[in-house]
Structure formats: C-alpha cells, structure tokens
Design a protein around this ligand. Structure first.
Ligand code: ASP
Ligand code: MG
Length: 447
C-alpha cells in the first residue's frame, strides 16, 4: 500500500476557515487513509514561550493571561466549527497541565528545558485533537495518535535529534490502523526522548516531524501544506516578481533552506534524501494552484541559478592569525552545542572565520571566545545563488556577482549546487533584487 503523509503548518490550521480548507484537502488527498501532521494554531507556540518566560520571571499573572488567551482562542475556533463538545474531553487535561506547568515555573522561578518542552507540546496536542475531531465531523475515518508513540529522539530538549532506528521500530504501532485505511492525525514538533520525556525538534520542526515519520513509515509522498505557492525564486518581500518553482532537486531544496529560504525547515530534507519519497510543497489557500515538487534528482534546466536565498542577522567571527585549527574547531563545536547556527566556516592561509547566528547561551560562548582573542562583528548576511546548473558551471552566478559593488567578504563555496558569499546586511534590499534580475528571473521556466 502506498502511504501519503500531509503536514499542515500553523497558518493552515490557524482559523476555522483555514481548518475547513485543510479538511477538504485531506478528503481529496487521502482517499485511502494516511497520516496528517499538524503544527500548533498560528501564534500558539510564541504565546506558550512568552507564558513560560513570564512565569519563570516571577510574573504568574501575566503567564496566566497568556494561557487564558490561548484557551480562549482555541475555544472560539472550536465553537465556530461546532466542535466544542467533541474536543472538551481531550482538551481538559491539556489545559489543566498547561496551568500546572506554568504554576510550577512561577514557583521555581524558572523553566527547565524539559519542562519547557512539556509546556510547548500543549500547542500541537490541542491542534491535533481539534483537527482529528474536525476530520471525523467531515466524514473521514480519522483518529488521533500521539506523535510520542512513534517519533524518538535524543534528550537534547529544545533541539532534539532523531533516533532513526528507534523511530522506525516505534512507528510500526501505527501500521495496523494505516492498513485499515485510517487517517491518523498527530502532532508535529514533539517527540519522545530516551527517558520517556517530551522533546521538541526546534522552532519550525513540524516539517521535520513529517519527513521523519514519512521515512519511518516508508511513505511514497509527503506533502507540506503552507501559506505560500511552494518554493519561490526569491523572498517575495524583497523581490515582488519572485516566481514559484515547479520542481527542485533535493540538493537545491537543502541549499535553499540551509541558506535561509523559509518554506521548508532545513532539517526536513535529510529524511527525503535518505528514503527518496516525493516531497511536495503546496499552498493551503490555493489547493489547485502552484506547488513545488522536490525530486531526488532534477535535470539542470537552465544554466544558472534557479533561486536566491539569504539569511541576515549573522555574526562574523575571526580568530587571530596564529590560532591553531584544533583550538578554532573546539570553539566552533562549543558554539554549535550552545545552539548557534553555522552558515559558513573558512579556514585557510589567511586565517579562520565563522559566519554564525547566535542566540541565548551561544552568546555567552561567543563573548568568551572574544575575550580569548577572537573578533566578532555583527551585521552580516549570507547570500546564496542556488541551482543544479551550477554543479557543472558556476560562471552564471560568478558573473552576476562580478558587476555588483555590494558583495564583500569571502565566497563560502562553489562546486555544489550553490555559490554563497557574505555581505553586509544593509546591502540586501538592493542586492537581492539585482541578483534575481541578473541571473535568476529569466531561467527555470515553469513546467
Ligand atoms: N509550533 C512550532 C513552532 O511554531 C513548530 C512548527 O510550527 O513547525 O515553531
Ligand atoms: Mg514552518
């Protein structure tokens, strides 16, 4: 039997009309059953984090107010769908747990990463229960199954890494339902750690839940439903003429998400390339409209890049010339372990430099490395031109760069499907449209 898995993001389940569209999509895409992975209702995860922060900072009143806002919003959506009594029983314990966790965080004056993950899981659990109830109401043979039954990770709370073999084994408990043609609705973003506690896969991690479950259950196709027309040739907020791309290779999709394109979470591509299922990105608002298909391979259709991606807010960290590589690598490792994201690392005769994005505890590591002699400079961005054609001939990308004044800093790499370089953040608003016009927009015709 061929299995299809759908994932609906936060905006695709964010309101009653959006949820009705999701039900219609599931009805037409899953005539023989399948799996549906859902994010929390739009804005819920942010609100849960704010509540945890307020509780931990000794402001239980504001934490309670956020929890109440979450409850009220969910109740309103359920009411609009005529599902208030259908979800009451499943939602009660979840909302109760939310209050108890916040109370605990206020008492302790802080939230452990473990408790925070448990708190965050409430968002996806509320939405998965709601979607399951809606699907039943819509006549689908739907059933809620908890993602923690199937998805197993290590114990890194907040940024857990999948345990593939354990997930493959555990996911078999869903097989019987699936063989019977059920539509299983489950939570994205959350999983079970080695000690049985709830873990989360990092912000935006529901895409990765979907592809990991697709891999474990040997799905033939995974569809990511979002609020844009698939993957675009550039960020439409900087390039209004950006076009949807009908087909991408896995390497192109991985490079684009890795370099900042927002549609697919960067971690979600590895399961697709390991197991080879078809990956589709489609727009919930226009179910019949443009969609992007991510294929294991894609012939180079043009000669140049098909898309330009960028990530701003980066810090460029340079080590002193006499720093030894093992010492530099230790610093890089420490930063990554503290959650910093690496966008490029160059080590050569001119020294060692790392382009990274650091938040939270990574900032403390960064400060320490500065004290030890490294120089950190903020305000940098990475820009990447991406296309299969660049594998054999990077010239179109390099020529596009040649005439521009803005690029500065090192070229991060060529030879794969991307040519990437560092530039100052403030050059992006002019640079991205210029690059798109020069070498992206007249290529990659839509099939
Ligand atoms: N709800 C989580 C977040 O907002 C996971 C996701 O939506 O993918 O980050
Ligand atoms: Mg997302």
């Amino acid at each position: 039997m061929t299995l299809t898995l759908l994932k609906f993001g936060g905006s695709s389940v964010g309101s009653a009309p959006a949820l009705r569209r999701a039900a219609a999509i599931a009805t037409s895409e899953l005539p023989l059953g399948g799996v549906v992975v859902v994010s929390a209702l739009k804005g819920t995860t942010d609100r849960l984090l704010e509540a945890a922060l307020a509780a931990g900072a000794g402001d239980p009143a504001s934490a309670r107010a956020r929890a109440e806002a979450i409850r009220a919003h969910h109740a309103e959506v359920a009411d609009e769908l005529g599902l208030s009594s259908a979800v009451e029983e499943a939602w009660g314990p979840l909302l109760h747990r939310l209050d108890a966790l916040l109370e605990g965080m206020s008492l302790f004056g802080g939230a452990s990463p473990r408790a925070k993950d448990e708190l965050l899981s409430v968002g996806e659990s509320l939405s998965a229960r709601l979607v399951a109830a809606l699907f039943v109401q819509s006549g689908l043979p739907a059933r809620f199954r908890d993602a923690r039954e199937a998805l197993r990770t290590d114990g890194r709370h907040g940024a857990a890494r999948p345990h593939l073999a354990a997930t493959r084994r555990a996911a078999q408990v869903w097989k019987e339902d699936l063989d019977r043609g059920a539509v299983l609705v489950t939570q994205g973003f959350i999983a079970q750690g080695p000690d049985g506690a709830t873990t989360t896969l990092g912000r935006g991690g529901s895409d990765t839940s979907a592809t990991l479950l697709g891999e474990a259950l040997k799905a033939a196709e995974v569809q990511i439903w979002t609020d844009v027309d698939g993957v675009l040739s550039a960020d439409p907020s900087l390039v209004p003429s950006a076009r949807p791309l009908s087909r991408l290779s896995q390497a192109e999709a991985a490079a684009l998400s890795g370099f900042g394109a927002k549609v697919l979470h960067a971690d979600s591509l590895a399961p697709a390339s390991r197991s080879g299922f078809r990956l589709i990105v489609a727009n919930t608002l226009k179910a019949g409209g443009a969609r992007t298909e991510v294929l294991a391979t894609r012939d180079a259709e043009g000669e140049g890049p098909v898309s330009v991606a960028y990530k701003e807010g980066l810090t460029l960290l340079r080590w002193p010339l006499d720093a030894k590589l093992p010492e530099v690598l230790r610093g890089v490792q420490e930063l990554e372990e503290a959650g910093a994201l690496r966008y490029g690392f160059i080590s050569g005769p001119e020294g060692h430099a790392l382009a990274l994005r650091a938040e939270g505890s990574a900032l403390a590591v960064l400060a320490r490395l500065e004290e030890e002699g490294a120089e950190a400079e903020s305000g940098w961005a990475v820009v990447a031109l991406v296309g299969e054609g660049l594998r054999t001939d990077p010239r179109p990308a390099l020529e596009a760069l040649a005439g521009l004044k803005a690029p500065s800093g090192a070229l991060l790499g060529s030879g794969g499907v991307s040519v990437a370089f560092l530039t100052r953040e403030q050059s992006l608003p002019a640079l991205i449209p210029a690059l798109h016009a020069r070498c992206v927009s007249d290529l990659a015709p839509i099939a």
